[in-house]
Write a protein that binds this ligand. Structure first.
Ligand SMILES: [Zn+2]
Length: 300
C-alpha cells in the first residue's frame, strides 16, 4: 500500500481540499532587477500583458477567483492591465515594488519598498495588501517582522510544508556545527510554496554570463505532476491547501494555456475548492487558532 500523510488534526466531516491559483504579475520588473535591460528581455516581460489577458479569459467561465501578486512597478507601468485583474474580482497581493529580493536589501530599503508597493496597491484596489510573496522567494531576517508591523495576514514565500499552512517564525538560531533551534511562532500565516509547483523553473529558458537554464518542459507533463500533488493531498488529509504559482509571461504561451485549461478542469472534477489566498489563509488561521502550542495544522 502506498504511504500517505495522515492528519491527526481535528477532521472535518466533509473533506475540503483547497486550491489557490496564484499569478506573479512581474512583467519587466524581474528582468530590470537582474540588470537585463536590453530590448529583448524587456519584451519578454512585456509578453506578460498578453498572458494576463488570456489568464483572465480562462478563469472567468470557471468562476475562479485567483490571487495576483503584483509588483508596484507593474501597477504603475501597466495600470490598465492591473485594473482588469481587479475588475474580475481577483485578489491583489504584495510582491515588492521593484522585484528586488529582500535578502539583498537593508532593513530600511526593504521597508521603504514594502510601503511604496503597498501604497500602489491601495491606490489600485482601495485597500492595502493582506498577503505577501517575496521576489525570487528569498526572505531577509527582517521580513517577518516587517510584515507583522504592516498588518499582513499571510506570507507565501517559505517551503516548510506542502498542504498545511503554519505560523511563520522569527529568530530561528542557525550556526554551523550546532543543532537547529526554532524561534518564536508569530501570528503571520505561512502559505507554503515550492519551486516544483512554480511554472518558471519548468518552462523558462534563461541565458546569462554564468550559464544557461533551458527547461522548456512539455506543459501537460508538468500539469500532470501538479495534478498528482492534489491527488496525494486528497488521499492523505481531510483538509488542506495546495498553492500553484504561475507567471503570465511564462504560462501565457498557447500550448501552456491549453494545458492549464485542462489542468483546472481536472482539478474541478477532482473536487478542488478554488479560493483566493486571503480567504484560504483566513480559514487556515481559524484552524491554527483552534490548535494549541505547536501551531501547525499538520501532524506532529
Ligand atoms: Zn516575481
Amino acid at each position: 500500500m502506498p504511504v500517505a500523510p495522515v492528519s491527526t488534526f481535528r477532521e472535518t466531516k466533509v473533506p475540503r481540499h483547497i486550491v489557490c491559483l496564484t499569478f506573479d504579475f512581474d512583467t519587466q520588473s524581474g528582468f530590470i532587477a537582474r540588470g537585463m535591460t536590453t530590448p529583448t528581455p524587456l519584451s519578454r516581460g512585456e509578453f506578460g500583458l498578453v498572458g494576463a489577458r488570456r489568464i483572465l479569459a480562462l478563469l472567468k467561465p470557471f468562476g475562479i477567483r485567483a490571487t495576483w501578486f503584483i509588483p508596484g512597478f507593474t501597477i504603475e507601468s501597466h495600470a490598465g492591465a492591473c485594473e482588469a485583474v481587479v475588475r474580475d474580482g481577483h485578489e491583489v497581493a504584495h510582491h515588492s515594488w521593484a522585484h528586488v529580493p529582500p535578502a539583498q536589501q537593508s532593513r530600511e530599503e526593504e521597508e521603504a519598498d514594502l510601503v511604496r508597493a503597498n501604497d500602489a496597491i491601495a491606490r489600485l484596489t482601495g485597500r492595502k495588501a493582506r498577503g505577501y510573496r517575496s521576489p525570487s522567494w528569498d526572505l531577509s531576517e527582517n521580513t517577518i517582522d516587517l510584515l507583522l508591523a504592516h498588518g499582513f495576514l499571510y506570507d507565501s514565500s517559505l517551503m516548510g510544508a506542502d498542504y498545511w499552512p503554519y505560523r511563520a517564525r522569527r529568530g530561528d538560531q542557525v550556526e554551523l556545527g550546532k543543532p537547529y533551534c526554532f524561534g518564536e511562532e508569530t501570528a503571520l500565516v505561512e502559505m507554503p510554496i515550492s519551486w516544483s509547483l512554480d511554472d518558471h523553473p519548468h518552462f523558462e529558458f534563461i541565458r546569462t554570463p554564468q550559464g544557461i537554464l533551458a527547461s522548456l518542459q512539455p506543459a501537460r507533463a508538468v500539469m500532470d505532476s501538479w495534478l498528482d500533488e492534489f491527488r496525494y493531498m486528497k488521499r492523505g488529509v481531510e483538509w488542506g491547501i495546495l498553492t500553484y504559482t504561475m507567471h503570465p509571461y511564462v504560462i501565457g504561451r498557447g500550448y501552456r494555456m491549453l494545458a492549464l485549461e485542462d489542468f483546472v478542469t481536472k482539478l474541478a472534477a477532482e473536487g478542488a475548492v478554488f479560493m483566493t489566498m486571503e480567504d484560504a489563509a483566513a480559514e487556515a488561521r481559524g484552524r491554527l487558532c483552534e490548535r494549541s502550542a505547536s501551531g501547525r495544522i499538520q501532524p506532529t
